[in-house]
Ligand binder design. Structure first.
Ligand code: ADP
Length: 545
């Protein structure tokens, strides 16, 4: 029987129109390089975005052409999020934390035609300009300085275009809208391409009550970069629901973020655990009498905070909860749009103790609607959801990539029956809570038994003297691999290997699971997206990658 429902494509243009019509008075706040704030209404945003789309069409942009962005989080980047697809293009966010060689390679691989770049990032652009030739380089005068004449001035381009005459490029819901390369933590980066359909479905799902729970009265501070995994999709959700956005621009130092929270108190914020750890440490240090920052900050009480991208230590969740801020943990990857699971208080946990709530919040969470999730062992056998059996997480769904840009089908990444192999090792319990124990590459295999580096580092980070800790495997003749813990102490604190071992034994670890060695380091190296970069620690301490 034929469907009687309208065949209307899912489209980002609908979200843009909605934002312009229904929420014209809402605000977008961007922090500029000089730390002042610039404000735009959604109404202005709507017109500027359509102008950008009109200008791109005038440049002769064809459907499916890639337009790269090299930008911090701010309103003009948000204009690219909707303006490029509105004109039929694909926004390709370049990760400004990668090396210039890597960025140049990625732009070439994606065959980007145009580039939109912040003026403050021109020195970075010049370092890879020789590796890939863009037809036009459009410079956003983020600092307010005049744009050098050899480039196209973003503001002049927009001022010249007519937003009223602009017509959306005809499209299908499966047409591509955005592209992002995996951060390559464990190998060469590959291009993930999102469509209108996948983006709209992801936005709808992630915005639901138990996940982001977006409300019209929300003020959202996305610290997660718009140049990687679409700032977890929040820009799309904010437009759909008409919530105020506060963008931090290039100022991601904890003191700057805390200052911004005083100026524009958020009700919802997003970030990776490493940044959230430094935020709470800066805040707590400022509470001490005599601190130069004493009395400078208040934390926004009641703020919800979405933290993910790497395991969120229970100690971090407790530390924020002491100030009335609840951390929701999410798990996902570039390939999954990225929200796949979120930890939230299910009805079954209504009577749970506070300790149990913390324990659950420190898990990756429950699969969101439209995502099928299974766990398979090395032999491909599906594992029961008993909270014990571990294996690789595999996922499938309408906002999960089925292939990479111009990469032939790879059995390492996709199963024969069409599921994405995530490379994350986990168990799932009876309530559907996923507990990530490691990445396949980070697991420690000691005498035939697996030791979870994530469990060890989370327990070590719960020690009061520890600022951060990362655990890696080092080769061992007898056991094949043994754990080594790299520990960063809080300023003025002291602790020994014996102290940590006693602490771990107290926290339920067996003797054979204790690290063989502790190395005290100044900082854990970070990847381009701010996660612990264990490969660098392995190079330093284990002599291999
Ligand atoms: P890359 O895969 O190149 O590091 P992504 O940003 O896509 O770049 O990272 C996805 C990976 O991050 C996941 O496969 C997982 O290993 C890790 N990750 C994300 N969220 C969590 C989480 N809540 N707990 C543990 N690991 C996480």
């Amino acid at each position: 029987m034929q469907s009687t429902m309208m065949d209307v494509p899912l489209s980002l243009n609908h979200l843009l129109d909605r934002a312009g019509r229904l929420f014209a008075g809402n605000e977008i706040v961007s922090r500029l390089p000089d730390k002042t704030l610039r404000r735009h209404s959604f109404g202005e945003y709507y017109r500027r975005t359509r102008s950008l789309a009109a200008a791109l069409k005038k440049f002769g942009m064809n459907k499916g052409d890639r337009v790269a962005t090299l930008c911090w989080n701010h309103h003009a980047h948000l204009e690219c999020y909707f303006g490029i697809p509105a004109a039929g293009g694909v926004m390709h966010t370049l990760n400004l934390r990668l090396s210039p060689d890597e960025i140049g390679w990625i732009a070439g691989d994606a065959q980007d035609r145009f580039l939109v770049v912040d003026d403050v990032l021109l020195p970075l652009y010049k370092q890879f300009a020789g590796l890939h030739k863009f037809e036009k380089v459009i410079v956003f005068p983020f600092s307010g300085a005049p744009v050098p004449p050899e480039f196209v001035d973003y503001e002049a381009l927009i001022a010249d275009a007519d937003p009223d005459a602009f017509q959306y490029e005809p499209h299908d819901e499966n047409d591509p809208v955005a592209m992002c390369y995996t951060s390559g933590t464990t190998g060469r980066s590959k291009g993930v391409v999102y469509s209108h359909r996948s983006t709209v479905l992801h936005t709808l799902v992630a915005s639901l009550g138990d996940f982001w729970g977006l409300r019209g009265t929300d003020v959202v501070l996305p610290v997660t970069p718009m140049f990687h995994a679409n700032s977890w999709g929040m820009p799309y959700g904010a437009m759909m629901m008409g919530v105020k956005l506060v963008f931090p621009g290039p100022h991601l130092h904890p003191d700057d973020l805390l200052d911004l929270m005083q100026l524009e108190p958020p009700t919802l914020s997003l970030g990776v655990p490493t940044i959230w750890m430094s935020l709470i440490q800066a805040f707590d240090a400022a509470q001490a009498e005599g601190s130069p920052n004493h009395g400078r900050w208040k934390l926004p009480k009641g703020m919800r905070s979405l933290v993910g991208g790497a395991a969120v230590p229970e100690a971090l969740i407790r530390a924020f909860d002491r100030h009335g801020i609840w951390i929701m943990q999410g798990w996902g990857m570039t390939e999954t749009s990225p929200v796949c699971t979120i930890a939230y208080p299910r009805a079954e946990l209504r009577e749970a103790t506070q300790d149990e709530r913390y324990r659950r919040a420190a898990m990756a969470g429950v699969p969101v609607p439209l995502v099928d999730l299974r766990v398979r062992d090395d032999e491909g056998l599906e594992q029961p959801w008993d909270g014990k059996s571990v294996g690789e997480i595999q996922v499938r769904g309408p906002f999960i990539s089925g292939s990479y840009h111009q990469v032939p089908a790879d059995p390492e990444k996709f199963t024969a029956d069409g599921w994405l192999r995530t490379g994350d090792v986990a168990s799932v319990d009876g309530l559907g809570f996923v507990k990530i124990s490691d990445r396949t590459k980070d697991l420690i295999k000691s005498g035939g038994e697996w030791i979870s580096s994530v469990d060890l580092e989370n327990a070590i980070m719960a020690h009061p003297a520890v600022a951060e800790a990362a655990v890696i495997a080092i080769p061992d003749l007898k056991w094949s691999e043994r754990p080594l813990a790299c520990v960063v102490l809080k300023p003025g604190q002291a602790a020994t290997a014996q102290d940590f071992n006693a602490h771990l034994l107290q926290h339920g670890f067996a003797k054979w699971q204790l690290p063989d060695r502790y190395e005290f380091i100044d900082a854990v190296p970070r990847t381009s997206t701010g996660k612990f970069w264990k490969m660098k620690l392995r190079e330093r301490f284990a002599g291999h990658r």
